[in-house]
Write a protein that binds this ligand. Structure first.
Ligand SMILES: [Zn+2]
Length: 342
């Protein structure tokens, strides 16, 4: 059974003209309502996340700063990250929803789950808001699985066109959380190079897949070559997927050139490795994707895939017409660097 949450309060976090806007989630809401399979999925309610859950990842001083910044009226936390008077509460509720799904999946109440919320989280650093992100949702979820449910190892897969630098930073020296990020090479935020593989005890537990622009739906094939051996070696108790729709070919912020079907296929590979190595325990958290209709179609496709792996994926935007880029050299480099065999 696939469980969901929807962040009803999300529209209180809004800045006119900003690409990370309420229309994104409202389009997702409409797409779910229009699909009988998705509309019938159970939706869980949850309290806001406790401060202690946030402090597993963020410095108390940072949380105090954001909370006070919002109480004083909000504004710009950095060049592209805004906050309104309600944003801290919205972000806390968003994390609360996500942690309720972690609870449901770790206790077996749900098989897998998708938290439909904004703002995104994977650029948020332990002590800094960044890249439209206030709280490090995926990282907080991973730590919650460990601290509240005794998970020994958590895999975080980041499928957003941008490198999940915040998530990576949270676990860079930690061998108990394997972070695998696939993203377009050499765009914002500039990190996520192949050679960033972790530090100290965490060496080898950060895996970056910096993908050349225009790669298209070959990304799912790259996942098929890399994820199964990595995950079989790591044997996670939970898989967290940071899912963004901005790898889509129409997205205005980047150029990875995937289709909706290709995005769903890549997420499907993550679903398969969760089934094979983590008892099916998979929780998806929403990251980027800045064309609301593309985001909605992509989330609907992934949800359908989670709820029923045999479900037909509807791709209203169709395939890309450009030839894909050969990702075999990148796959070979990753396999060699991380000793995954030939
Ligand atoms: Zn992104």
């Amino acid at each position: 059974m696939t469980a969901t949450t929807f962040l009803d309060e999300h529209a209180q976090h809004s800045e006119p003209g900003h690409p990370e806007r309420p229309a994104r989630l409202e389009a997702v809401r409409a797409a779910i309502a229009a699909d009988p399979l998705l509309a019938g999925l159970p939706r869980l309610d949850a309290p806001p996340a406790r401060r202690s859950a946030l402090e597993r990842v963020h410095f108390p001083e940072y949380l105090d700063l954001v909370e006070a910044f919002c109480e004083q009226g909000g504004g710009d936390l950095d060049v592209d990250t805004y906050a309104t008077p309600a944003s801290f509460d919205v972000a806390r509720q968003s994390v609360g929803n996500l942690l309720a799904l972690v609870d449901a999946v770790m206790t077996g109440e749900a098989g897998n789950a998708f938290a439909i919320a904004r703002p995104p989280g994977h650029h948020a650093r332990p002590a800094q808001a960044m890249g439209f992100c206030l709280l490090a949702n995926a990282a907080i979820a991973a730590r919650h699985a460990q601290m509240a449910h005794g998970a020994d190892r958590v895999l975080v897969v980041d499928l957003d066109v941008h490198h999940g630098n915040g998530t990576q930073e949270c676990f860079y020296d930690d061998p108990s959380v394997l972070v695998v990020s696939a993203h377009q090479d050499a765009i914002y935020p500039g990190t996520g190079r192949l050679g960033e593989t972790g530090a100290e005890a965490g060496e080898g537990f950060t895996v970056n897949l910096p993908i050349p622009a225009g790669a298209g739906d070959e990304v799912a094939g790259l996942y098929r070559g890399v994820l199964p051996p990595l995950v079989a070696r790591f044997r996670p108790d939970l898989v967290v997927l940071s899912f963004g729709a901005d790898p889509h070919r129409l997205d205005p912020l980047a150029g990875l050139n995937l289709s909706v079907a290709g995005l769903a296929e890549a997420a499907g590979v993550v679903h398969e490795v969760a089934d094979a190595e983590a008892g099916g325990r998979l929780v998806v958290t929403l990251e980027g994707g800045y064309l609301p209709d593309v985001l909605a179609a992509s989330v609907a496709a992934v949800l359908r895939r989670l709820a029923d792996p045999t479900a037909v994926i509807d791709d209203p935007f169709g395939p890309t017409s450009r030839p894909p880029v050969d990702l075999a050299p990148l796959a070979a480099a990753v396999r060699q660097l991380h000793r995954l065999g030939a």
